[in-house]
Design a binder for this molecule. Structure first.
Ligand code: ADP
Ligand code: MG
Length: 340
């Protein structure tokens, strides 16, 4: 299907020296859920603000349904919806009043607005709470209300900037269900996230963005497939950096190993973790165990797994991304060794 969003060589500089978006190109097909996955400060919100006509780009070409994002901003605003990273609900108004107010910005007549508010409260599961002040809502309810206000114009393309950041797992899942439902009904969705699991669960295709650049693009399964059939995580027993380096040197010499990474937690007391990417993990494990054993290097822990998007992210950026709500972003050192 034709791309409904096209972005070519997009640059956005804040002041002359802050390259928030550093030459980004991608296309989003009509009807898909497209994800932008990246850590804080990667440039996600900047991209979304340019695409939603709220921020002037420095250079590049951005079109939505063929309309130019700057010359034809009015046409674009008619066909898009946007829920920003900061929830934009008015706490002193009820959920229903928030939606009716949003309708007034789109010049929707009052009767129609009331009907739409009821429908949308239903859609996002807030029918029972619709007449309570938004100030009394939980974080998940506020996000759902925000989603409802982004839907008042019945947009063809919906932009969601980190729709579940800060929410508990149950509320996240509720939002995911709403996003999937909307998409099933035909809405194209562009969403940003810091959560691997969210990108994996929702996005048909995704870009990994880091420091204003796209470092990988594809379907989640395709990205995972690219980094090898299997992934082995192992911890070296009582290992300081030197021992870990030795272990890595040994492992990278083992036939069938494609790539060896080491993520060393900066905090004292954290376990060191070597990540091995291999073509045939099932056979690799005994070889690794034997080789390390022969070198008198003890293995504290070993786990064989299918690659996750987390592994994809580490491979392309050299960093770990936060994978759940509770963990603070880990401080990580990083070394990489590639085998030819
Ligand atoms: N208004 C601004 N002025 C200057 N720098 C900004 C501004 N907004 C964002 N930045 C910087 O641009 C980079 C990208 O920010 P942002 O797009 O908000 O990233 P993300 O949404 O992925 O966290 C960051 O380094 C951020 O500090
Ligand atoms: Mg952001």
């Amino acid at each position: 299907m034709a791309d409904i969003i096209t972005v070519q060589d997009l640059f956005k500089l804040y002041q002359p020296d802050i390259r928030a978006v550093d030459g980004v190109s991608f296309g989003v097909a009509q009807g898909e859920i497209f994800g932008f996955l990246g850590p804080n400060g990667a440039g996600k919100s900047t991209v979304i603000k340019v695409l939603t006509t709220l921020l002037k780009k420095t250079s590049g070409e951005v079109r939505i349904k063929g309309f130019d994002v700057e010359r034809e901003a009015r046409e674009i605003r008619r066909i898009i919806g946007y829920a920003s990273q900061e929830v934009g609900v008015d706490d002193d108004l009820s959920g229903r009043e928030n939606i009716v107010l949003q309708c007034s910005y789109f010049h929707i007549p009052r009767d129609e607005a009331r009907k739409r508010a009821s429908d949308l409260l239903d859609t996002v599961g807030l029918a029972d709470a619709g007449d309570r002040k938004a100030g009394t809502y939980s974080g998940g309810m506020r996000r759902r209300l925000d989603l409802a206000t982004a839907l008042v114009s019945d947009p063809e393309v919906l932009f969601l900037d980190e729709p579940t950041t800060g929410l508990d797992p149950q509320s996240r899942r509720a939002i995911w269900d709403h996003i999937r439902d909307l998409n099933r009904k035909g809405t194209t969705i562009f969403l940003t996230t810091q959560y691997m699991e969210e990108a994996d669960q929702l996005a048909h295709r995704l870009c990994i963005i880091d420091n204003g650049k796209i470092v990988a693009e594809g379907e989640p399964g395709e990205l995972k497939g690219k980094i090898g059939a299997d992934t082995i995580h192992l911890a070296v027993k009582d290992g300081g950096p030197d021992l870990i380096q030795r272990a890595m040197d040994i492992i990278s010499g083992i036939p069938g190993v494609n790539d060896v990474h080491s993520c060393i937690a900066g905090d004292i007391g954290c376990t060191e973790d070597i990540v091995v990417y291999g073509a045939a993990g099932g056979n690799l494990v005994p070889r690794i165990v034997r080789s390390l054993d022969a070198a008198n290097i003890g293995i504290g822990d070993l786990e064989l797994s299918e690659p996750s998007l987390d592994d994809v992210f580490i491979k392309y950026t050299g960093k770990q991304l936060r994978t759940d709500l509770q963990k603070a972003p880990p401080k990580l050192g990083f070394r990489s060794r590639r085998r030819r």
